[in-house]
Design a protein around this ligand. Structure first.
Ligand SMILES: [Zn+2]
Length: 119
């Protein structure tokens, strides 16, 4: 028996309020200032994949399946802390708060123009 071992706690997953197809602005890193659409949310890693952001080049060898080699650009995941949601109504990055709509659904509200983001 292994005594004295405290099981490692998994880091609490951050609550990601971002969704696929949200428009975000990059606030840190080499793509700072760029905006793009979220292609994928990796909830367990607190990461998002944003269209045309954080591109990495991949060299591929010619292979019998693809027929040709070359350089392929692919989006690499970004930490959610490096992006900010852009309000589709006022097109500004903003703090969002959650609200409950009249029909009981959760929706995000833009802190600047007070518009609901989720229809
Ligand atoms: Zn807004």
């Amino acid at each position: 028996m292994a005594w004295g071992k405290i099981p490692k706690k998994k880091p609490e997953p951050q609550r990601i309020r971002l969704k696929k197809n949200d428009i975000v602005e990059v606030i840190a890193g080499k793509d700072k200032g760029k905006t793009g659409k979220i292609l994928k949310v990796l909830r367990d890693k607190n990461q998002v994949v944003v269209e045309k952001i954080n591109l990495i080049k991949r060299h591929t060898r010619p292979s019998p399946t693809t027929g040709q080699g070359g350089i392929v650009e692919k989006e690499a995941p970004l930490q959610v802390s490096k992006v900010m949601l852009v309000c589709p109504k006022c097109t500004k990055t903003s703090r969002f708060r959650l609200t409950v709509t009249a029909d009981g659904k959760k929706a995000r509200v833009c802190g600047k123009c007070k518009e609901l983001i989720d229809g």
